[in-house]
Design a protein around this ligand. Structure first.
Ligand code: CU
Length: 98
């Protein structure tokens, strides 16, 4: 019961976040999800703030629960940052198709 309530709250929060700052969002496509390891492989476009060109690579995610709303082959938009030296996804959601 409590768990269901927390899930509902998280879903509500996540539903709001994609509308925020569009500036640092990077477009990508999900190649493979490894929820157990808290990692996701993405084919991504250029990430200006990390000085990275388009490529396919593995990212850590800040919270494995972020992987619940995406699946292999999804077009996504995400934000990545360096956290303790590892490039980490801090925000991810379905793309808007633009
Ligand atoms: Cu990369």
């Amino acid at each position: 019961m409590l768990k269901a309530l927390i899930s509902a709250l998280c879903a509500a929060l996540l539903a709001v976040s994609p509308a925020l700052a569009d500036g640092d969002l990077v477009k990508g496509e999900v190649v493979k999800i490894d929820k157990g390891a808290g990692k996701v492989t993405l084919k991504h476009g250029p990430i200006k703030k990390l000085d990275m060109d388009a490529m396919t690579m593995v990212f850590r995610v800040a919270d494995p629960a972020m992987l619940d709303k995406i699946k292999d082959g999804d077009k996504v938009e995400f934000e990545a940052d360096r956290v303790n030296g590892a490039i980490t996804i801090t925000k991810i959601g379905k793309g808007h198709g633009h």
